[in-house]
Design a protein around this ligand. Structure first.
Ligand code: CP
Ligand code: NVA
Length: 336
């Protein structure tokens, strides 16, 4: 049978995504808070995950390598200078060869077609570690972070980790998330998952930087089923009104470096500041998220380092959610 891959959250149901988040929370409690005391176990002993990265990475790489270590397996990092990744050898040949020797592949690519081709030719599960179109493991971490944030807000507990006592189904539905920025891989991954989960999403992108139509179509279809609200605008103020969460990302994604000057001018007025969010009328207890890496231009220090900012727990949660995906695909064999 064809292996199970994790290419985009669009391929999975709301229950499957929530179960991954719930599993990530269990893994965090077990590994970080030693609850229950972890038994010596190495479910991936002798197994290897190849990391094929044609772009830079801090979080995704560290999250994946440490997850493999925790599960007793080996992570083999192969950057674009290490192997013949699509330059001197085709992706088809690379995928067939590598997948004949390893138990899983995690790949960070340019065009989305590259990850689809790798998956098609692979005999083992392939995880998308970011493509120009989608970034599924980031959005799992965002869901986990939203769950923890809402749980703590509702329960008023701060000094103790209790988020594992509640299922994310109960916290996420009905939230309003406002995106202010580029119609990029992060927003597109939110669009194919948030409406399905009943999370209201309003996105402000400058004219000419909107999302792909096929992605918007998925979001609209999902939102019709769940009645989640979906708003597209070119005005950050409109998007932010009544939001629980304000999110942004870099204006210049990896591979777009040559467009920097044009983008900086086209995104004028999009920097997230306290003044901007307060004027727009977000909820009084609004919080801020960003997948990182971050630049000053899209969000100023006052917001980024404030107590409204969830960016560092969000970065840490990359580890627990990636561990949950590896646990599903490599230990259990499927996403349940
Ligand atoms: N958010 C994210 O994917 O970070 P890295 O590029 O550092 O992996
Ligand atoms: N949109 C960014 C995300 C980085 C994690 C990029 O693709 O470079």
């Amino acid at each position: 049978p064809a292996p199970n891959h994790f290419i985009t959250t669009a391929d999975y149901s709301a229950d499957q995504l929530l179960n991954l988040v719930d599993r990530a929370i269990q893994l965090k409690v077990q590994s970080k808070y030693q609850h229950p005391a972890p038994q010596a176990q190495a479910p991936l002993a002798g197994k290897t995950l190849a990391l094929l990265f044609s772009k830079l990475s801090t979080r995704t790489r560290v999250a994946t390598e440490t997850s493999m270590a925790y599960l007793g397996g080996h992570a083999m990092f192969l950057g674009s200078r290490d192997i013949q990744l699509g330059t001197n050898e085709s992706l088809t040949d690379t995928s067939r060869v590598i997948s004949s020797m390893v138990d899983g592949i995690m790949a960070r690519v340019g065009e989305h077609a590259e990850i689809e081709l790798l998956a098609k030719e692979s005999n083992v599960p392939v995880i998308n570690a970011l493509s120009a179109k989608y970034h599924p493991t980031q959005i799992l971490a965002d869901l986990m972070t939203l769950h923890e944030h809402i749980h703590h807000r509702q329960q008023g507990v701060k000094d103790q980790y209790t988020a594992h006592q509640q299922h994310p189904r109960e916290t996420l539905s009905g939230l309003k998330v406002a995106w202010v920025g580029d119609g990029n891989n992060i927003l597109q991954e939110m669009l194919v998952s948030f409406p399905k989960l009943g999370i209201n999403l309003s996105a402000a992108c400058p004219i000419g930087y909107e999302c792909d139509q096929d992605v918007i179509d998925i979001a609209i279809k999902d939102s019709e089923k769940t009645k989640a609200e979906l708003t597209f605008t070119n005005d950050p103020q409109v998007a932010i009104k009544d939001a629980d969460i304000v999110v942004t990302d870099t204006w210049i994604s990896m591979g777009q470096e040559e467009e920097k000057a044009t983008r900086l001018s086209d995104f004028a007025g999009y920097q997230v500041t306290m003044d901007m969010v307060n004027k727009a009328g977000a909820k009084p207890d609004w919080a801020f998220m960003h997948c990182l890496p971050r630049k000053q231009e899209e969000v100023d220090d006052e917001v980024f380092y404030s107590n409204r900012s969830l960016v560092f727990p969000e970065a840490e949660n990359r580890k627990w959610t990636i561990m949950a995906v590896i646990d599903a695909l490599l230990v259990k064999g499927r996403i349940e």
